[in-house]
Ligand binder design. Structure first.
Ligand code: 13P
Length: 275
């Protein structure tokens, strides 16, 4: 069932668990993620960036692909079709117009006022289509860290009426060069004062204990991309070394299936062990 993120995040917050966002890269990944989340009875947010939307052939292709897989694989779990790190109103509008059920507007590079203005514009458009909106405040970069300010988070949430907030609390995208130091106290405060689901970007490579503490501090959605990429590409490289004569693309691409599914299973288990 294709849904927006309202109900699944609300329920997760109540239960003290988190919903995974797994990023997709192609047809095969989408299928593997849906199959494994369905098997483990976990709702899933399928995240896709603008770059990957272009890579896969456009917003319509992506949303139709997910909807068709949902039906042909008889998936029973709620699925959210989500634009990850939308960079402009136009990108979010295109996603919404083409069947996405959730968008992230990432205007964190702008000043607070400009971020509020742009995010509000997206929320007002999304509302008409009951599409949910996530926004970012602070900076969750690739090694640049600018922690979210609590007062700004309160003002931002109130003024924009977003559905969920991605605060910068010390995570980064990609591979961690050093042990991540999360400000969970800040996270807890933002959660209490904004009273909306919080999103943890840069969820790959975090210890189980940190993930569990983050959920306790108000994190309700956790984004995982890099770990799936590493698991899949390592398995594929190994397969090619061991099977140098194979040229069937189906065998080559699907050689990473088991590993992707293993990571998905492990992440669901960590995020939802007290389901
Ligand atoms: P990772 O790079 O840690 O997997 O983070 C993914 C993410 O936050 C996508 O928005």
């Amino acid at each position: 069932m294709i849904v927006n993120s309202t109900e699944i995040l609300k329920k997760a917050r109540k239960k003290g668990i988190a919903i995974p966002q797994f990023n997709i890269n192609n047809l095969e990944w989408t299928k593997y993620i849906l199959e494994e989340c369905n098997k483990n009875n976990s709702p899933v947010i399928l995240g896709i960036t603008e770059k990957t939307v272009n890579y896969m052939g456009g917003y319509k292709v992506v949303s139709n692909l997910i909807k068709d897989l949902d039906s042909s694989l008889s998936i029973k779990i709620p699925i959210v079709i989500h634009l990850d790190h939308g960079s402009s109103f136009e990108a979010c509008k295109e996603a919404i117009d083409n069947g996405f059920t959730s968008v992230m507007i990432d205007a964190s590079r702008l000043s607070l006022e400009e971020n509020i203005k742009l995010t509000k514009k997206v929320v007002e458009y999304a509302e008409k289509y009951t599409v949910t909106v996530e926004a970012e405040l602070g900076s969750i970069g690739n090694n640049t860290k600018l922690y979210t300010n609590l007062e700004e988070a309160i003002e931002f949430t109130k003024k924009t009426k977003i559905d969920s907030l991605a605060p910068a609390i010390g995570t980064v995208h990609g591979i961690y060069q050093e042990q991540a130091k999360l400000d969970l106290n800040l996270c807890d405060q933002i959660s209490k004062f904004t009273n909306i689901p919080l999103v943890l970007h840069g969820g790959s490579g975090l210890d189980e204990i940190i993930i569990k503490q983050a959920i306790k501090a108000g994190i309700t959605k956790i984004n995982i991309n890099t770990e799936l990429q590493i698991a899949w590409s390592n398995a594929l490289k190994k397969y090619l070394i061991e099977n140098g004569r194979i040229y069937d693309p189906r065998k080559i691409i699907s050689s990473g299936e088991k590993e992707i599914k293993r990571v998905i299973r492990e992440k669901i288990d960590i995020m939802q062990s007290n389901k």
